[in-house]
Design a protein around this ligand. Structure first.
Ligand code: FEO
Length: 403
Protein backbone atom coordinates (compact mmCIF):
# COMPACT_ATOMS: atom_id res chain seq x y z
CA UNK A 1 0.00 0.00 0.00
CA UNK A 2 1.36 3.44 -0.90
CA UNK A 3 1.07 5.95 1.91
CA UNK A 4 1.37 9.62 1.06
CA UNK A 5 2.23 10.90 4.55
CA UNK A 6 6.01 11.03 4.83
CA UNK A 7 6.01 10.30 8.54
CA UNK A 8 4.17 6.99 8.37
CA UNK A 9 6.56 4.05 8.21
CA UNK A 10 6.15 0.41 7.31
CA UNK A 11 7.65 -1.92 9.90
CA UNK A 12 6.40 -5.27 8.59
CA UNK A 13 4.12 -5.85 5.62
CA UNK A 14 1.05 -5.02 7.66
CA UNK A 15 2.38 -3.03 10.63
CA UNK A 16 2.84 0.74 10.47
CA UNK A 17 4.44 3.33 12.72
CA UNK A 18 1.89 6.12 13.02
CA UNK A 19 3.48 8.09 15.83
CA UNK A 20 4.93 11.58 15.77
CA UNK A 21 7.96 13.55 16.84
CA UNK A 22 7.69 16.37 19.33
CA UNK A 23 10.32 19.05 18.71
CA UNK A 24 8.60 21.70 20.80
CA UNK A 25 8.33 20.62 24.41
CA UNK A 26 11.47 21.62 26.29
CA UNK A 27 10.94 19.20 29.18
CA UNK A 28 9.85 15.57 29.35
CA UNK A 29 7.48 14.98 32.28
CA UNK A 30 8.02 18.72 32.80
CA UNK A 31 11.36 17.97 34.45
CA UNK A 32 13.91 16.34 32.11
CA UNK A 33 15.34 18.54 29.34
CA UNK A 34 14.87 17.12 25.87
CA UNK A 35 16.99 19.35 23.62
CA UNK A 36 16.67 16.69 20.92
CA UNK A 37 12.92 16.30 21.40
CA UNK A 38 11.12 13.00 21.84
CA UNK A 39 8.97 10.70 19.75
CA UNK A 40 5.62 9.32 20.81
CA UNK A 41 5.30 6.01 19.02
CA UNK A 42 2.08 4.34 18.06
CA UNK A 43 1.65 1.34 15.79
CA UNK A 44 -1.21 0.30 13.54
CA UNK A 45 -1.73 -3.31 12.47
CA UNK A 46 -3.84 -4.01 9.40
CA UNK A 47 -5.19 -7.54 9.68
CA UNK A 48 -8.72 -8.89 9.30
CA UNK A 49 -9.22 -6.53 12.19
CA UNK A 50 -7.40 -3.22 12.50
CA UNK A 51 -5.50 -2.76 15.73
CA UNK A 52 -3.86 0.39 17.08
CA UNK A 53 -1.19 -0.06 19.75
CA UNK A 54 -1.22 2.94 22.12
CA UNK A 55 -1.82 6.59 21.30
CA UNK A 56 0.34 9.73 21.69
CA UNK A 57 0.76 12.88 23.70
CA UNK A 58 -1.82 15.57 23.05
CA UNK A 59 0.92 17.81 21.60
CA UNK A 60 1.10 15.70 18.43
CA UNK A 61 -2.48 14.46 18.23
CA UNK A 62 -3.40 16.12 14.95
CA UNK A 63 -0.51 14.56 13.07
CA UNK A 64 -1.25 11.22 14.74
CA UNK A 65 -4.88 11.23 13.60
CA UNK A 66 -3.82 12.09 10.04
CA UNK A 67 -1.33 9.24 10.11
CA UNK A 68 -3.96 6.76 11.25
CA UNK A 69 -6.44 7.88 8.63
CA UNK A 70 -3.84 7.68 5.90
CA UNK A 71 -3.02 4.08 6.81
CA UNK A 72 -6.59 2.95 7.36
CA UNK A 73 -7.61 4.32 3.95
CA UNK A 74 -11.28 4.28 4.79
CA UNK A 75 -11.32 1.19 7.02
CA UNK A 76 -12.55 1.62 10.55
CA UNK A 77 -10.48 1.01 13.66
CA UNK A 78 -11.57 -2.20 15.38
CA UNK A 79 -9.25 -2.35 18.40
CA UNK A 80 -7.17 0.02 20.48
CA UNK A 81 -4.58 -1.66 22.71
CA UNK A 82 -3.37 0.50 25.58
CA UNK A 83 -0.16 -0.92 26.96
CA UNK A 84 0.59 2.13 29.08
CA UNK A 85 -1.83 4.73 30.35
CA UNK A 86 0.55 7.59 31.16
CA UNK A 87 -0.72 10.69 29.32
CA UNK A 88 2.26 10.83 26.95
CA UNK A 89 0.66 7.72 25.40
CA UNK A 90 -2.91 7.86 26.59
CA UNK A 91 -3.80 11.50 26.00
CA UNK A 92 -5.30 10.86 22.57
CA UNK A 93 -7.51 7.93 23.61
CA UNK A 94 -10.62 10.06 23.85
CA UNK A 95 -9.99 11.48 20.38
CA UNK A 96 -9.80 7.92 19.04
CA UNK A 97 -13.02 6.99 20.85
CA UNK A 98 -14.81 9.98 19.36
CA UNK A 99 -13.63 9.22 15.83
CA UNK A 100 -14.12 5.45 16.02
CA UNK A 101 -17.02 5.01 18.48
CA UNK A 102 -17.22 1.24 17.98
CA UNK A 103 -13.55 0.63 18.72
CA UNK A 104 -12.90 -1.99 21.40
CA UNK A 105 -10.28 -0.90 23.90
CA UNK A 106 -8.02 -3.67 25.22
CA UNK A 107 -6.01 -2.98 28.33
CA UNK A 108 -5.25 -4.04 31.88
CA UNK A 109 -7.81 -3.65 34.65
CA UNK A 110 -5.75 -0.97 36.34
CA UNK A 111 -5.33 0.97 33.09
CA UNK A 112 -9.11 1.26 32.78
CA UNK A 113 -9.20 2.57 36.33
CA UNK A 114 -6.54 5.15 35.40
CA UNK A 115 -8.55 6.15 32.31
CA UNK A 116 -11.47 6.98 34.56
CA UNK A 117 -9.22 8.93 36.88
CA UNK A 118 -7.91 10.87 33.91
CA UNK A 119 -11.44 11.75 32.86
CA UNK A 120 -11.59 9.56 29.77
CA UNK A 121 -15.21 8.61 29.33
CA UNK A 122 -17.26 6.70 26.77
CA UNK A 123 -15.61 3.37 27.58
CA UNK A 124 -18.53 1.36 26.33
CA UNK A 125 -16.38 -1.28 24.65
CA UNK A 126 -13.74 -2.27 27.16
CA UNK A 127 -11.93 -5.56 27.17
CA UNK A 128 -9.84 -6.20 30.24
CA UNK A 129 -6.96 -8.48 29.38
CA UNK A 130 -5.07 -10.61 31.89
CA UNK A 131 -1.40 -11.55 31.96
CA UNK A 132 -0.53 -14.22 29.40
CA UNK A 133 -3.82 -14.10 27.47
CA UNK A 134 -3.73 -14.23 23.65
CA UNK A 135 -6.05 -12.71 21.11
CA UNK A 136 -6.33 -13.39 17.38
CA UNK A 137 -6.95 -10.52 14.97
CA UNK A 138 -6.82 -12.56 11.76
CA UNK A 139 -3.36 -13.67 10.69
CA UNK A 140 -1.86 -12.17 13.81
CA UNK A 141 -2.14 -13.59 17.31
CA UNK A 142 -1.05 -11.22 20.04
CA UNK A 143 -0.25 -12.27 23.61
CA UNK A 144 -0.36 -9.72 26.40
CA UNK A 145 2.00 -9.73 29.37
CA UNK A 146 1.76 -7.65 32.52
CA UNK A 147 4.81 -5.39 33.01
CA UNK A 148 4.03 -3.72 36.34
CA UNK A 149 6.18 -0.68 37.19
CA UNK A 150 7.76 -0.54 33.75
CA UNK A 151 7.00 2.23 34.22
CA UNK A 152 3.60 2.51 35.95
CA UNK A 153 1.77 -0.32 37.75
CA UNK A 154 -0.85 -0.80 35.02
CA UNK A 155 1.70 -1.30 32.24
CA UNK A 156 1.72 -4.32 29.98
CA UNK A 157 3.51 -5.33 26.79
CA UNK A 158 2.07 -7.11 23.78
CA UNK A 159 3.79 -9.74 21.67
CA UNK A 160 2.72 -10.45 18.11
CA UNK A 161 3.43 -14.17 17.88
CA UNK A 162 3.02 -14.16 14.12
CA UNK A 163 5.82 -11.73 13.28
CA UNK A 164 7.80 -11.74 16.53
CA UNK A 165 7.05 -8.10 17.29
CA UNK A 166 7.22 -6.96 20.90
CA UNK A 167 5.26 -3.80 21.68
CA UNK A 168 7.37 -2.97 24.70
CA UNK A 169 5.65 0.14 26.12
CA UNK A 170 8.19 2.39 27.88
CA UNK A 171 10.81 -0.39 27.92
CA UNK A 172 13.61 0.06 25.36
CA UNK A 173 12.55 3.68 24.83
CA UNK A 174 14.77 6.70 24.35
CA UNK A 175 14.70 10.46 24.28
CA UNK A 176 15.24 12.13 20.91
CA UNK A 177 13.05 12.62 17.87
CA UNK A 178 13.25 10.16 15.00
CA UNK A 179 13.20 12.60 12.07
CA UNK A 180 12.39 9.88 9.59
CA UNK A 181 14.91 7.37 10.92
CA UNK A 182 12.64 5.08 12.87
CA UNK A 183 14.93 2.01 12.95
CA UNK A 184 17.81 1.74 15.39
CA UNK A 185 20.10 0.39 12.66
CA UNK A 186 19.78 3.79 10.97
CA UNK A 187 21.74 5.26 13.92
CA UNK A 188 25.32 4.94 15.11
CA UNK A 189 24.39 3.30 18.44
CA UNK A 190 27.49 4.24 20.44
CA UNK A 191 27.85 7.79 19.17
CA UNK A 192 24.35 8.89 18.31
CA UNK A 193 21.94 6.85 20.37
CA UNK A 194 23.37 5.34 23.54
CA UNK A 195 23.60 8.47 25.71
CA UNK A 196 19.95 9.42 25.29
CA UNK A 197 18.88 5.77 25.53
CA UNK A 198 20.70 5.59 28.87
CA UNK A 199 19.40 8.96 30.09
CA UNK A 200 15.84 7.89 29.31
CA UNK A 201 16.19 4.52 31.05
CA UNK A 202 17.94 5.80 34.16
CA UNK A 203 15.63 8.74 34.80
CA UNK A 204 12.33 7.18 33.76
CA UNK A 205 12.50 3.51 34.75
CA UNK A 206 15.82 3.44 36.61
CA UNK A 207 14.10 3.07 39.97
CA UNK A 208 12.42 -0.15 38.90
CA UNK A 209 15.41 -2.39 38.18
CA UNK A 210 13.79 -5.45 39.75
CA UNK A 211 10.62 -5.03 37.70
CA UNK A 212 12.62 -4.42 34.51
CA UNK A 213 14.51 -7.63 35.34
CA UNK A 214 11.18 -9.49 35.61
CA UNK A 215 10.14 -8.22 32.20
CA UNK A 216 13.48 -9.23 30.70
CA UNK A 217 12.97 -12.74 32.05
CA UNK A 218 9.56 -12.95 30.40
CA UNK A 219 10.96 -11.51 27.17
CA UNK A 220 13.84 -14.00 27.15
CA UNK A 221 11.36 -16.79 26.49
CA UNK A 222 9.88 -15.10 23.43
CA UNK A 223 11.18 -15.33 19.83
CA UNK A 224 11.45 -11.56 19.47
CA UNK A 225 12.42 -10.23 16.04
CA UNK A 226 11.45 -6.57 16.41
CA UNK A 227 11.01 -4.31 19.44
CA UNK A 228 8.53 -1.46 19.07
CA UNK A 229 8.89 0.90 22.06
CA UNK A 230 6.71 3.90 22.84
CA UNK A 231 9.64 6.34 22.48
CA UNK A 232 12.73 6.18 20.31
CA UNK A 233 13.75 3.86 17.54
CA UNK A 234 12.25 0.53 16.51
CA UNK A 235 14.85 -2.20 17.04
CA UNK A 236 15.02 -4.81 14.27
CA UNK A 237 18.75 -5.63 14.26
CA UNK A 238 21.24 -6.46 16.95
CA UNK A 239 18.58 -6.74 19.65
CA UNK A 240 21.21 -8.18 21.98
CA UNK A 241 22.92 -4.79 22.19
CA UNK A 242 19.79 -3.09 23.53
CA UNK A 243 18.85 -5.96 25.82
CA UNK A 244 22.39 -6.22 27.19
CA UNK A 245 22.29 -2.57 28.29
CA UNK A 246 18.94 -3.13 29.98
CA UNK A 247 20.25 -6.18 31.81
CA UNK A 248 23.19 -4.17 33.13
CA UNK A 249 21.16 -1.13 34.10
CA UNK A 250 18.40 -3.18 35.75
CA UNK A 251 21.04 -4.80 37.97
CA UNK A 252 22.67 -1.41 38.67
CA UNK A 253 25.92 -2.71 37.23
CA UNK A 254 28.31 -0.03 35.96
CA UNK A 255 29.34 0.14 32.32
CA UNK A 256 32.68 1.83 33.03
CA UNK A 257 35.36 1.10 35.59
CA UNK A 258 36.42 4.77 35.48
CA UNK A 259 35.75 7.60 37.92
CA UNK A 260 32.91 10.10 37.85
CA UNK A 261 33.63 13.33 39.72
CA UNK A 262 30.76 15.70 40.46
CA UNK A 263 31.52 18.87 42.36
CA UNK A 264 29.55 21.78 43.81
CA UNK A 265 31.68 24.91 43.99
CA UNK A 266 30.67 28.52 44.71
CA UNK A 267 33.82 30.48 43.98
CA UNK A 268 35.99 27.95 42.16
CA UNK A 269 37.99 26.65 45.11
CA UNK A 270 36.26 23.29 45.46
CA UNK A 271 36.36 23.10 41.69
CA UNK A 272 40.12 23.56 41.79
CA UNK A 273 40.50 20.60 44.13
CA UNK A 274 38.19 18.45 42.00
CA UNK A 275 40.22 19.29 38.89
CA UNK A 276 43.47 18.56 40.65
CA UNK A 277 42.16 15.19 41.81
CA UNK A 278 40.92 14.44 38.28
CA UNK A 279 44.31 15.33 36.87
CA UNK A 280 46.14 13.05 39.28
CA UNK A 281 43.70 10.16 38.75
CA UNK A 282 44.20 10.47 35.00
CA UNK A 283 47.85 9.58 35.55
CA UNK A 284 46.95 6.46 37.50
CA UNK A 285 45.33 4.26 34.83
CA UNK A 286 41.97 4.26 36.56
CA UNK A 287 40.06 4.26 33.29
CA UNK A 288 37.98 7.12 32.02
CA UNK A 289 37.88 10.14 34.38
CA UNK A 290 34.85 12.39 33.92
CA UNK A 291 34.25 15.69 35.73
CA UNK A 292 31.03 17.71 36.07
CA UNK A 293 30.10 21.00 37.71
CA UNK A 294 26.76 20.24 39.35
CA UNK A 295 25.60 23.82 38.75
CA UNK A 296 26.23 23.59 35.03
CA UNK A 297 24.70 20.25 34.10
CA UNK A 298 21.09 19.19 34.42
CA UNK A 299 20.41 16.47 36.96
CA UNK A 300 19.10 13.98 34.40
CA UNK A 301 22.51 13.85 32.69
CA UNK A 302 24.28 13.38 36.03
CA UNK A 303 21.92 10.55 36.97
CA UNK A 304 22.70 8.79 33.70
CA UNK A 305 26.41 9.15 34.46
CA UNK A 306 26.03 7.76 37.96
CA UNK A 307 24.53 4.61 36.46
CA UNK A 308 27.41 4.44 34.00
CA UNK A 309 30.40 4.62 36.35
CA UNK A 310 31.53 2.33 39.11
CA UNK A 311 33.49 4.88 41.13
CA UNK A 312 32.23 8.22 42.26
CA UNK A 313 33.80 11.28 43.90
CA UNK A 314 31.43 13.91 45.23
CA UNK A 315 32.78 17.33 46.16
CA UNK A 316 30.78 20.00 47.91
CA UNK A 317 31.09 23.27 49.69
CA UNK A 318 29.39 23.56 53.08
CA UNK A 319 26.23 25.59 52.63
CA UNK A 320 23.89 26.47 55.50
CA UNK A 321 25.78 23.89 57.59
CA UNK A 322 24.93 21.21 55.04
CA UNK A 323 26.02 20.17 51.57
CA UNK A 324 25.30 22.45 48.59
CA UNK A 325 21.56 22.30 47.76
CA UNK A 326 22.11 20.93 44.25
CA UNK A 327 24.28 18.14 45.69
CA UNK A 328 21.47 17.36 48.10
CA UNK A 329 19.05 17.19 45.16
CA UNK A 330 21.36 14.84 43.29
CA UNK A 331 21.75 12.51 46.25
CA UNK A 332 18.00 12.48 46.87
CA UNK A 333 17.43 11.62 43.21
CA UNK A 334 20.07 8.88 43.31
CA UNK A 335 18.40 7.43 46.37
CA UNK A 336 14.93 7.66 44.84
CA UNK A 337 16.18 5.85 41.74
CA UNK A 338 17.68 3.03 43.83
CA UNK A 339 21.20 3.60 42.54
CA UNK A 340 23.43 0.88 43.96
CA UNK A 341 26.83 -0.77 43.82
CA UNK A 342 29.10 2.29 43.90
CA UNK A 343 32.13 3.23 45.90
CA UNK A 344 32.00 6.91 46.79
CA UNK A 345 34.75 9.24 48.00
CA UNK A 346 34.30 12.83 49.18
CA UNK A 347 35.85 16.27 48.89
CA UNK A 348 34.55 18.99 51.20
CA UNK A 349 35.09 22.68 51.68
CA UNK A 350 34.04 24.99 54.49
CA UNK A 351 35.43 28.30 55.63
CA UNK A 352 34.10 27.49 59.08
CA UNK A 353 32.22 24.44 60.48
CA UNK A 354 33.03 22.29 57.47
CA UNK A 355 30.32 19.64 57.33
CA UNK A 356 29.59 18.70 53.70
CA UNK A 357 31.35 15.33 53.55
CA UNK A 358 29.56 14.07 56.67
CA UNK A 359 26.24 15.07 55.22
CA UNK A 360 26.92 13.42 51.86
CA UNK A 361 28.26 10.28 53.54
CA UNK A 362 25.17 10.02 55.75
CA UNK A 363 22.92 9.90 52.68
CA UNK A 364 25.15 7.46 50.79
CA UNK A 365 25.13 5.11 53.78
CA UNK A 366 21.34 4.89 53.62
CA UNK A 367 21.54 3.52 50.08
CA UNK A 368 21.83 -0.13 49.09
CA UNK A 369 25.28 -1.62 48.43
CA UNK A 370 27.00 1.73 48.51
CA UNK A 371 30.43 2.10 50.07
CA UNK A 372 31.37 5.47 51.56
CA UNK A 373 35.15 5.81 51.62
CA UNK A 374 36.48 7.24 54.88
CA UNK A 375 39.52 9.02 53.51
CA UNK A 376 38.47 12.43 52.22
CA UNK A 377 39.86 15.82 51.30
CA UNK A 378 38.91 18.74 53.51
CA UNK A 379 39.81 22.31 52.62
CA UNK A 380 39.00 25.46 54.51
CA UNK A 381 38.12 28.05 51.86
CA UNK A 382 40.83 27.26 49.34
CA UNK A 383 43.56 24.77 48.80
CA UNK A 384 46.96 25.74 50.19
CA UNK A 385 50.38 24.46 49.14
CA UNK A 386 50.65 22.75 52.50
CA UNK A 387 47.73 20.47 51.51
CA UNK A 388 49.50 18.91 48.56
CA UNK A 389 50.24 15.87 50.68
CA UNK A 390 46.55 15.48 51.58
CA UNK A 391 45.60 15.35 47.90
CA UNK A 392 48.38 12.92 47.08
CA UNK A 393 47.36 10.72 49.97
CA UNK A 394 43.71 10.78 48.83
CA UNK A 395 44.45 9.90 45.21
CA UNK A 396 46.97 7.21 46.16
CA UNK A 397 44.37 5.64 48.42
CA UNK A 398 41.82 5.64 45.61
CA UNK A 399 44.34 4.11 43.27
CA UNK A 400 44.87 1.27 45.73
CA UNK A 401 41.15 0.74 46.10
CA UNK A 402 40.18 1.10 42.47
CA UNK A 403 42.88 -0.75 40.56
FE1 FEO B 1 6.35 7.23 28.07
FE2 FEO B 1 5.69 6.12 31.25
O1 FEO B 1 5.33 7.02 29.64
Amino acid sequence: MEIIMYCVKNITKDLYWVGADDHRQPLFENIHPIPNGVSYNSYLLLDQKTVLFDTVDWAVCREFIQNIESVLQGRTLDYLVINHMEPDHGAAIEEILLRYPDVIVISSKMAFQFMEQLGISNQKNCEIIADGVSKCFGEHTVTFYAAPMVHWPEAMVAFDETDGVLFSADAFGSFGTLNGRIFSDEYDFENEYLDEYRRYYTNIVGKFGAQVGNLLKKAAGLPIQIICPLHGAVVRNNLELFIEKYEKWSLYEPEEDGVLIIYASMYGNTEQVAKTVASKLCEMNLGKIVLYDISAVNMSYLIAETFRFKHLILGSVTYNMDMFPLMHNLLMDMKALNIQNKEVAFIENGTWSCNAANQMKTVIETMKNMVAIEKKITIKSSILPSQTEQINDFTSHLKELWT
